[in-house]
Design a protein around this ligand. Sequence first.
Ligand code: IMP
Length: 429
Amino acid sequence: MANVTVIGGQWGDEGKGKIVDWLASRAQVVVRFQGGHNAGHTLVVGEQTYKLSLLPSGIVRGTLSVIGNGVVLDPWALRTEVEKLSGQGVSISPETLQIADTCPLILPFHRDLDALREDASGQGKIGTTRRGIGPAYEDKVGRRAIRVCDLAHLGELGPQLDRLCAHHDALRAGFGEPPIDRERLQRELGEIADFVLQFARPVWITLNAARSRGDRILFEGAQGVLLDVDHGTYPFVTSSNTIAGTAAGGTGLGPNAVGFVLGIVKAYTTRVGAGPFPTELDDEVGQRLGERGHEFGTVTGRKRRCGWFDAVLVRQSCAVAGVTGIALTKIDVLDGLEEIRICTGYRLRGQMLDHLPAHAADQAAVEPVYEVMKGWQESSAGARSWAQLPAQAIKYIRRIEELIHCPVALVSTSPEREDTILVRDPFAN
Ligand code: IMP
């Protein structure tokens, strides 16, 4: 049975929540494999809107939901989200939620460090979500992390805490902050341990068993390829690999489990936080896209920067992430524009480029080269077939396919789950 891996094809916020929800209703398992509660997935089911940051989207419909080892887990954020969703009538139990016992924890001092660094960075600010994501990943690869399985051995944490505190206390001293209050940390971990441990499992066993049974597994990526720590607009990126390959390493399944790679791509471009954005619009068109597209961050409420579709970036994302087909979202936000621009290349100091250069200064200096298309005045909102789309909108979609060298598998025309045009079923491949 085919699996599907959903990833963001731009800088996150492409509308993954709706597509994942739609696919989750046909999967037996939904798995998060990277990131943490920096993600923001909005799901609209009937009259209810659910906002998820850490939990896999399958949880809302009672599908087995797994948080893989590639995720960094804030135990307190987990409890808050579980309580919030339970208050909305979602049933969450160890039958529906499993968390890898190898997940590194985000601890309160990771959050402090994230904020301290951002505040001290002036112009160099990354604009992180201040959730402690970066510092927690640093401790993971620095081999200092406290992991979910450690919560069952709190009495033996001493030497691990020595290493962790020695590292962080030095950093904190540099910021004029007091050392970590170890007693308080141990007490807080003791208070939250049982809550987290009820969900803790060697999830690689669950997932491999699901695979052997032929269950459909949906891997739910967070953020987007342009925020990938290797392939993104470094250093203005998140601290994990957001490409599809992480679905294997971040869960305990091999690379052949990844299946159909569905890249979610918005019909224009947005970005939250700092960093280069070649097609950014500082005019009334950008303003209009932000308003019509409700472009405010799910997690931080920050206004998103908006701009034209950048085919150079999406072509690069599709290539480096191995995207099989894209889901094009929010096409209806472009309704009513006289003309629409697509970036087809860059000019850098007189030279033409067909890709984003690696260096941050070059990324900031590239000028977009645009192709101009006629817009459409009819509404595309709620279209469920090609026939219901304005002819000019179809031309726009077809041109995007050509430019990014990747076919469209789905088109999304409103936040409603049913307002989707299915071109190629990702699960059927
Ligand atoms: P961090 O992931 O909190 O370290 O933030 C690093 C960068 O990734 C910042 O530019 C954030 O705005 C961005 N970012 C992190 N998570 C998301 C997301 O889910 N959507 C969009 N941008 C995100």
